[in-house]
Design a protein around this ligand. Sequence first.
Ligand code: M7G
Length: 286
Amino acid sequence: MLGGTGGRRSFLQRHSPGVTSPSGEGTDAVVILEKTPFQEEKVLDLLKKHTKLELQMHNDIYSTYHLYPPPELSEIKTTVVYPATEKHLQKYLRQEVHLIRETWEDYKNITLPFIQSQSFSIQWVYNILEKKAEADRIIHENPDPCNGFVLVPDFKWNQTQLDDLYLIALIHCREIKSLRDLTAEHLPLLRNILQEGKEAITKCFGVPGSQLRIYLHYQPSYYHLHVHFTALGYDAPGSSVERAHLLADVIDNLVLDSAYYQKRALTFALRADELLLKKFQEAGRV
Ligand code: M7G
C-alpha cells in the first residue's frame, strides 16, 4: 500500500503472520521514503562526477535525460515506524478527507473522550525530555518545569540542507495536550518558545526569525504540546490553513481573551476511515 504526495511516499509493509514484534503491538511497519532537496554546492558534482546520462529525447535546443547519480549523491531519506499501530497505518495512507468544524462542546463531548482513549503513545517525547533519546541533537533547552522546553530537529529533517529546515519545541510540562488547553496562564511559556526558539535557530543555523514559520497543529498527532519551526520557503506537510496555527497569533488571541481556545470553533480535516470522523458522524456533526 502506498500514500503521499510529491517527493514523499510511505509504504506499508504487512509482515507475515507469526512474526512477533518487540512490543507485541503489531507486526506492520511504515517506511517513509523521501527525496530530499538538492544541495546547491553538490549540483556541479552531480553533473560531472561519474554520472551516467542517458538521452531520452532531443528536439532543436531541447533535450531530456535520465541521470543516474553516484550513490553518495542519490540519498533517499528513510524513516521507519516499527512496529506500527493501526493509527500509524491510517495516518500514512492516502485517503479522502473531510473538514470538521469543532465547537468547544464538540471538543468536550466528542474529541476529548476520543483522544483520551485513542491517541498515539508519547513515550518518544518523554524520552527526549528525559535525555533518554536524541540528547545529542538538542539545539536549545529552557529547563524550567512550567515555562521551559526542549528544541530538537524534527525527524522529518535530515539537517543536510536548510531548504527544508524543521525543528520542534517540546514543552517540559506534561499537562497541556493541545491548543484547546491553552489559556493566558501559558503566555510566559509560549513567549519563551517563540523568543528563545528563534534566537537558537538563528545562532545555530543562521536562519533569521523572519524566515521561520512557527506554528502549532490542531489536531496534532501527539497530545503533548509542541511547536513546529519550519523554513518559510518550505511547504512542510501540515502547514495548510486547516491545520497550522501561528504561535504569534495564538499568543495575541490569548492576550485578548484567556478563554479564547475554550470558546471558538476550530476547523480541521479528518481522513475518511479515522475513528474520530466516525464519532462526529455518529453525533450528527458531519
Ligand atoms: P504533530 O503535529 O503531533 O503531528 O507533530 P504530525 O506528525 O502529524 O505533524 C509531531 C511532530 O513530531 C512531527 O513533525 C513529527 O515529524 C515529529 N516527530 C514524531 N516522532 C515520533 C519523532 C521523534 O521520535 N523524534 C523527533 N525528533 N521528532 C518526531
